[in-house]
Write a protein that binds this ligand. Structure first.
Ligand SMILES: [Zn+2]
Ligand SMILES: [Zn+2]
Length: 354
């Protein structure tokens, strides 16, 4: 089969003759139909490498079940599926309480074991989520970042009349805003710094006066003006920079909530003044990581992945609006370079079969 392999840091190669993965009894072979490039794939390829190499990267994918490891699972063949990329140990304390996103000994498709930038991938059947016909493969390849956005949203208690500020308009920030608007929250505000990101946000329904370009002036003064000098009820940090974390403590009202989601590239520090804001305003500061998925559990309908599928099927969520580039599998590297070198505008780059 055709597949991209990360052979070492900065050394990613396209092969036409990789052996099709052998299946364990609990696995199925998925014919990959679409696989998105995640922001985390860029440092994985060019800076830090993956946990095991050579490795087929790609963890945001969807496809059709082609074969099953266990003949008893034959009824899965032909099913259209999305894929939860984390393979939990199911033994650690987090797993025993079904918080698989916090598993301390997990494997992961596309970062620890072979993933989706290939014609076929071996996937444990527990990790498959069946797609309703109304959900396309491209939409399903965005289930993972959408579930990450929903997971962040559900960390805070937000009511319909609350004011919510999302800092950062990359994929997760945009998706988070989409889901907040879908919930009917009218006071959704966004901070960004790129004109094309603003255009996408307006396209998904954010009112223009609810967007502020941080390069255009004083964002703190802007949000104070929007909230009658009080500050917002909730602030989501989707950048992972020191300034954008610290400004959150300033921009929320007394008793407000801050959700930290951006992944930092280095150490983070906190000034005494901003630390005091957490104390004096009695802020609730919450982290978010990954997304909840319950597999075949009877409670599965409550997890982030099912929430997302239900909202797409309802027709209120349009993740495909964030797809700025579509590339055939053979051109994955072009997409990685667009994201690494930032010479063109992009939000989500989707790699499709072929
Ligand atoms: Zn990702
Ligand atoms: Zn575990």
């Amino acid at each position: 089969m055709k597949a991209w392999k990360l052979d070492g840091v900065g050394n990613i190669n396209f092969y036409e003759d990789v052996a099709e993965p052998a299946l364990a009894q609990d696995q199925v072979l998925v014919k990959v139909k679409a696989c998105g490039i995640c922001g985390s794939d860029v440092p994985r390829v060019y800076k830090s490498g993956a946990h095991n190499m050579p490795l087929i990267i790609g963890h945001e994918f969807s496809g059709i079940v082609e074969k099953t490891g266990d003949p008893e699972d034959k009824e899965l063949v032909g099913k259209r599926v999305g894929i939860f990329p984390l393979i939990p140990c199911k033994k650690c304390p987090a797993c025993l309480s079904k918080k698989y996103e916090m598993c301390s000994n997990y494997s992961y498709l596309g970062s620890r074991t072979d993933g989706g930038f290939a014609e076929y991938a071996a996937v444990p059947k527990w990790n498959l989520i069946e797609l309703p016909n109304s959900v396309s493969f491209r939409q399903a390849a965005m289930l993972e970042p959408m579930a990450v956005a929903v997971h962040a949203m559900r960390q805070l208690e937000i009511g319909p009349d609350d004011s919510v500020l999302v800092c950062g308009a990359g994929t997760i920030g945009q998706l988070l805003i989409m889901f907040l608007l879908d919930k009917g929250i009218k006071g959704v505000y966004a901070l960004g710094n790129k004109e094309f990101q603003k255009q996408t946000l307006l396209d998904i329904g954010l009112p223009e006066e609810h967007y502020f370009d941080v390069k255009s002036g004083d964002a703190k003064a802007w949000i104070r003006e929007k909230t009658a000098d009080l500050g917002v009820d909730a602030y989501f940090e989707c950048v992972g920079r020191n300034e954008t974390v610290e400004q959150g403590f300033d921009m929320v009202r007394a008793g407000g909530q801050v959700c930290l989601g951006g992944n930092p590239a280095g150490d983070m520090t906190l000034s005494q003044g901003n630390y005091w804001k957490i104390l004096r305003k009695q802020l609730c500061v919450r982290g978010t990581w990954n997304s909840s998925y319950l597999g075949d559990d009877t409670e599965a309908a409550k997890d982030d992945w099912h929430y997302v599928l239900e909202r797409i099927a309802e027709g209120n969520i349009y993740p495909e609006k964030l797809i700025t580039h579509e590339l055939p599998l053979s051109e994955l590297e072009k997409g990685l370079l667009i994201m690494r070198d930032k010479k063109e505008d992009y939000i989500k780059i989707m790699v499709e079969e072929g």
